[in-house]
Design a protein around this ligand. Structure first.
Ligand code: CA
Length: 225
């Protein structure tokens, strides 16, 4: 997945960049309005993390421009000021979410993932991937006509695996997507292991192929065509 980070404060830009790179995202960055707008128009991003106050313009106008050109990209605004006007403006122009600085990177990650998940599955009530069928409206998962009885966490975990299919995902990234910023305080990733084990067993019991691969000491990979 590819993200554009538009932020003129280099330290913040760097920390966002490093964080998402560590989570397997491809990251482009820009400090400037014009450059950011060109990048956003030329490339296909899954999400744009957008600061509003840029040296040569207001991020709000980037949202306006992109939407006027029917660019269908996820946008999360990060702004230093918690100005209600900005927030309402950004959201009414079509931004997906708004986060006030200073924010926690895990929180940003959770919001970005939620935007990407919503957009990836947008318009499709049912996602069919090999023998797995996911009904997003009812949150039901069916494998070869067997409906799985998944907990909410297992369901979220499966969606995360599907969105990140064929990529190595770290236990930490998974933990963050399941519990948000609390993941920073975890003593171990045992609960990730437990949910993964349970999900895998339920899928196998229903006749699924074994898609969940353990990547020794790193994390997991959801292997699927
Ligand atoms: Ca700024």
């Amino acid at each position: 997945m590819r993200i554009l980070v538009v932020e003129d404060e280099i330290q913040i830009q760097n920390s966002i960049k490093l964080f998402f790179k560590a989570n397997n995202f491809k990251i482009d960055t820009s400090r400037f309005f014009d450059e950011a707008l060109s990048l956003a128009l030329i490339n296909d991003y899954d999400c744009i993390i957008l600061d509003l106050m840029l040296p040569d313009g207001n991020g709000i106008d980037i949202i306006r421009e992109l939407k006027s050109k029917n660019e269908n990209v996820g946008i999360i605004v990060v702004s230093a000021k918690n100005a209600l006007d900005d927030k309402i403006n950004a959201l009414s122009l079509g931004a997906d979410d708004y986060l006030t600085k200073p924010f926690n990177l895990s929180e940003l990650n959770a919001r970005v993932f939620s935007i990407i998940r919503r957009r990836k599955f947008f318009g499709n009530n049912i996602t069919n991937i090999n023998e797995i069928s996911i009904d997003h409206a009812s949150k039901k998962v069916t494998i070869k006509n067997t409906e799985l009885e998944l907990t909410k966490t297992e369901y979220d975990l499966l969606l995360y695996l599907v969105v990140n299919k064929n990529k190595v995902i770290t236990k930490h990234a998974i933990a963050e997507n399941l519990i948000g910023e609390e993941a920073e305080y975890l003593q171990s990733y045992d609960f990730v292991y437990t949910h993964m084990k349970n999900l895998r067993k339920k899928m196998l019991d229903a006749g699924s192929n074994d898609h969940i691969k353990t990547m020794y000491s790193v994390g997991y990979k959801f292997e699927i065509e």
